[in-house]
Design a protein around this ligand. Structure first.
Ligand code: TXA
Ligand code: MG
Length: 341
């Protein structure tokens, strides 16, 4: 495995060309996108796509996102490009939005885990864009972590999770958005939000009209977007959410766990929360940013840190229920044990 530093604003041609060469030859390259680091391979190379599943330990039923340089590239991968796709692409691409559309036969079925649809996205990160241009092929890129683990927002996270399973990591520093793209299904009559991200329903709905919630869609179909399923995006530790009103219960839980010799961490929103018990009960306490965008940017790095310091239990203060927090709330809910305190 090699790590090549690359300027996140103005990527140097050398590392980009080396990465593109590896992709064209069927290898795997990890690279930064504006959301999280992706594990990239040539979408048209079935062997390379299979290597992605193997490297991640990803179940064969969980489909991949195909990254393209522009909307025209996306149109070539689908059999139908509805007006809503054109409007969304014009408004949000390049950016953290993934669209699910009917798959063109030129996209290997394996990319989509056998589904008739394909997920497409035009990333905004200059490194991802330069790589797509240089590779001259669409690039499948799931988040560059082992299946079920926390997505990487820094090159070090990729090294930790996939270091021996990837040929090259382009190190462009920390990613800006920090949680994965919003996934919107436009393949059926009624659009459905399959995975919330930093783009809120309120921002998206003017471009799509009435939408079905992911939960409603999940109830209607045997197998929804696998990304919607159960535990996911979780650190090694048990994560327990607590409402601010239940902070006392959370502290009791922390005390009991600490007394049993377990290492306890906390992610708090109120900067004063648990400030006085840090060393006695809490091994690590991280005060998170109080705005949704800032919180999203730091969340996975915080989870990775809790893993690094060996936490067994992480208490996480619940975030507000307002729309701009939907993406963060979704990731916390998936990481956490039910029920929250
Ligand atoms: O921000 C992102 O989207 C990152 C960066 C690297 O682009 N990628 C990412 O990929 O998060 P991954 O594989 O970790 O998550 C892809 C999500 C999964 O929840 C998957 O089930 C869903 O997209 N998905 C992919 N293709 C789909 C399809 N055809 N139908 C429904 N859901 C699909
Ligand atoms: Mg992922």
């Amino acid at each position: 495995m090699h790590i090549l530093p690359v300027d996140p604003e103005n990527p140097e041609p050398d590392p980009i060309e080396r990465a593109a060469e590896i992709i064209r030859l069927g290898g795997l390259v990890a690279f930064p996108t504006e959301t999280v680091y992706g594990l990239g391979a040539n979408a048209f190379d079935e062997g390379a796509v299979a290597r992605i599943y193997a490297a991640k330990g990803r179940p064969a039923y969980n489909p991949l996102i195909v990254h393209v340089a522009d909307a025209a590239g996306a149109e070539e991968l689908v059999t139908h490009w509805p007006p809503a796709a054109a409007r969304l692409a014009a408004a949000f691409w390049p950016g953290p939005l993934t669209l699910v559309l009917p798959r063109h036969p030129r996209v290997p079925a394996r990319v989509s885990a056998g589904l008739e649809t394909v997920a497409v996205r035009v990333p905004a990160h200059p490194v991802a864009r330069a790589l797509l241009r240089a590779a001259r092929v669409p690039i499948v890129a799931p988040s560059a972590n082992r299946s079920m683990a926390v997505s990487p927002t820094r090159a070090e996270h990729v090294v930790k999770g996939l270091g021996d399973r990837v040929e090259l990591i382009l190190d462009g520093g920390a990613t800006d958005i920090g949680i994965e793209s919003t996934v919107l299904d436009l393949s059926r009559e009624k659009p459905a939000l399959l995975r919330p991200g930093v783009l809120s329903l309120e921002e998206l709905s003017p471009f799509v009209g009435a939408m079905e919630s992911g939960a409603a869609r999940a109830g209607n179909h045997a197998r929804p977007s696998p990304g919607m399923l159960d535990r996911h995006y979780a650190p090694r530790a048990t994560v327990r959410l607590f409402r601010p009103a239940a902070a006392g219960d959370a502290l009791d839980l922390a005390r009991r766990a600490a007394a049993e010799g377990r290492t306890v961490g906390a992610l708090v929103l109120d900067p004063d929360r648990f400030g006085d018990v840090v060393t006695a009960v809490l091994h690590t306490r991280l005060a998170m940013p109080q705005d949704a965008r800032g919180y999203a940017r730091e969340l996975y790095a915080a989870f990775h840190r809790m893993d690094e310091v060996g936490c067994d239990l992480v208490l996480v203060e619940a975030v507000p229920a307002s729309p701009e927090w939907a993406g963060v709330q979704d990731r916390l809910r998936r990481a956490g044990e039910e029920p929250p305190l």
